[in-house]
Design a protein around this ligand. Structure first.
Ligand code: NAI
Ligand code: AKG
Length: 441
């Protein structure tokens, strides 16, 4: 896997099933949904007889759009648009996070739900895939308004979520407190405490030790394994991180702990760099206090676009989708890209990275640590028996290493990139379940 990959099959002509576009969402090439569809097109030639069922992956099973009206602190009423998409339920209940962001759209949530289906199957969790979101800038809301928004949204999507139906969790701009409100609202509505309806809860409400840092830990574990295979020593390796929230900061901390130097960090407040390595022990509390890296002293502030040309060994995109386009892919100087974010690389940029011999550990395995510990949380809630943090981290490590090994073998066998290999492993499991369950006669 250290050698450059052969060209990818990219033509939609390889599809074995006729596909009519969905009427309710656009699939333009660089949108998240368009990116997801292109990735499905690329794996289809490797699915053998199961390709017959591949069209089901291009059609979310259920997409719910809800109106979320709330009373603001000043007495006015505002309406927000919310979504919950259950992309697939073939292998188990829906599972996936909830995002609060002003740019959230139905198409984005559909793509994120599709990636959850692939991710959950890639690590062999007994789940389908789902995702939710509200089109809102939560930074403009008071805490009380945020609570009212969350509770109303939960009631509205309450018709399709549940511990056995679909289990939300945190994603961008949501956290354990938001999950506590969701759990409480759902529980009030059914008249019983249902701790298994969401994961990523506070520990005292049935949350799991290790969940907060689990996604970053998974990025570290897959990165460690990929680096080992690529002959890259983590001690002294230079790491650049985009996004310093839940995922990016935890991953950066773990890489720094393994001896790597965090040479650049970018978030929504700016881009900072220090070729000698940023001081994580000072940066972490500052970001907690001030909400971003922008004002950090003891480093250089660089232009946001220059982040993509930083001299580094490992690049971790851990913010939003569509960040690595062809232009940026041509600028990257990293040997290894670890996709902490969902969908950070556009399909044509994937081709550039493959041609340049830059190894990409794709989102659907790289950031699967979060949902894996969510699965542990769900299991612990059902049995009302809680594991130690050590037990959780050891199990997480084992699952991630094993899942990556299987994907790597597939990549070596077909001489395909890790992304296509991860999709192939996952789609085989999903479509096998689809086939065994059959269609209603
Ligand atoms: N939280 C989780 O457990 C999981 C999250 N992910 C993915 O990881 C990514 C980050 O999620 P979280 O860390 O949870 O979110 P978060 O809300 O904790 O942090 C988001 C980070 O991205 C930065 N950001 C936002 N817009 C930006 C921009 N235009 N340019 C540069 N930085 C920007 C923010 O400043 C913040 O540092 C998302 O793609 C999410 O879907 C994936 C798996 C699980
Ligand atoms: O923990 C979960 O259930 C889902 C996390 C998530 O949204 C993701 O992996 O993208």
């Amino acid at each position: 896997m250290n050698t450059p990959h052969p060209p990818l099959p990219s033509s939609t002509a390889t599809r074995t099933t006729a596909s009519t576009p969905l009427s309710y969402v656009s699939s333009e090439p660089h949108s998240p949904w368009g990116t997801y569809l292109a990735q499905i097109d690329r794996v289809e030639p490797y699915l053998g007889r199961l390709a017959r069922w591949a069209e089901s992956l291009r059609r979310p099973k259920r997409s719910l759009i809800v109106d979320v009206p709330i009373e603001m602190d000043d007495g006015t009423v505002r309406h927000f648009e919310g979504y919950r998409v259950q992309h697939s339920l073939s292998r188990g209940p829906g599972k996936g996070g909830v995002r609060y962001h002003p740019d959230v759209t139905l198409g984005e949530v559909m793509a994120l739900a599709g990636w959850m289906t692939i991710k959950n199957a890639a690590v062999n969790l007994p789940y389908g895939g789902a995702k939710g979101g509200i089109r809102v800038d939560p930074k403009q809301l008071s805490l009380k308004e945020l609570e009212r928004l969350t509770r109303r949204y939960t009631s509205e999507i309450g018709i399709i979520i549940g511990p056995q139906q679909d289990i939300p969790a945190p994603d961008v701009n949501t956290n354990a407190q938001v999950m506590a409100w969701m759990m409480d609202t759902y529980s009030m509505n059914i008249g019983a405490t249902a701790s298994g309806v969401v994961t990523g809860k506070p520990i005292d409400l049935g949350g799991s030790l290790g969940r907060v840092k689990a996604t970053g830990r998974g990025v570290f574990v897959t990165g460690r394994e990929a680096a080992r295979r690529a002959g890259l020593n983590l001690d002294g390796a230079r790491v650049a991180v985009q996004g310093f929230g839940n995922v990016g900061s935890a991953a950066a901390e773990l890489f720094a702990g393994a001896g790597a130097k965090i040479v650049a960090v970018q978030d929504h407040t700016g881009t900072i760099a220090n070729p000698g390595g940023l001081d994580m022990a000072e940066l972490m509390p500052q970001v907690r206090r001030e909400g971003g890296v922008g004002g950090f002293a003891g480093c250089e502030r660089i232009a946001d676009e220059d982040f993509w040309g930083i001299d580094c060994d490992i690049l971790i995109p851990a913010a939003l989708e569509g960040q690595i386009d062809v232009l940026r892919a041509n600028r990257l100087r990293a040997r290894l890209v670890l996709e902490g974010a969902n969908g950070p690389t556009l399909p044509d940029a994937d081709d550039v990275l493959a041609e340049r011999g830059i190894l990409v550990v794709p989102d659907v395995i790289c950031n699967a640590g979060g949902v894996t510990v969510s699965y542990f949380e769900w299991v612990q809630d059902f049995s009302s028996f809680f594991w130690t943090e050590d037990e959780i981290n050891v199990r997480l490590d084992k699952i991630m290493v094993e899942a990556l090994r299987r994907i790597w073998d597939m990549a070596d066998q077909h001489r395909i990139p890790l992304r296509t290999a991860a999709f192939a492993v996952a789609c085989e499991r999903i479509l096998m379940a689809r086939e065994m369950r059959g269609l209603y006669p």
